[in-house]
Write a protein that binds this ligand. Sequence first.
Ligand SMILES: *[C@@H]1O[C@H](CO)[C@@H](O)[C@H](O)[C@H]1NC(C)=O
Length: 124
Amino acid sequence: RGIPQITGPTTVNGLERGSLTVQCVYRSGWETYLKWWCRGAIWRDCKILVKTSGSEQEVKRDRVSIKDNQKNRTFTVTMEDLMKTDADTYWCGIEKTGNDLGVTVQVTIDPAPVTQEETSSSPT
Ligand SMILES: *[C@@H]1O[C@H](CO)[C@@H](O)[C@H](O)[C@H]1NC(C)=O
């Protein structure tokens, strides 16, 4: 199937209430194409959360942002204020004619550490 046109990390781990960043790298030629971040294990049913406009302008929607760097052909997705329910299969992708390009990224969320306050207010 040839050399992959887009690559990303297999898994990315975040901490509940924290943030995480994902960097996906693409090959030369795709610089001005639209890049997207999609949620859901099934490719054709995944939900696009954010998409670039084909420029390097950052696009933010709710807790998720995407920014393309066309010079080093890397786009960065940031997810903030993480919740346990954000754990899922996501895709880094590039919109193009015909089938889009995409690669899966598994996002895992670790629970926030129990704070002193929560510990001391627990019944004994
Ligand atoms: C690409 O450049 C951006 C902006 O300078 C930087 O944040 C990012 O880490 C770089 N990525 C790579 C893979 O070099």
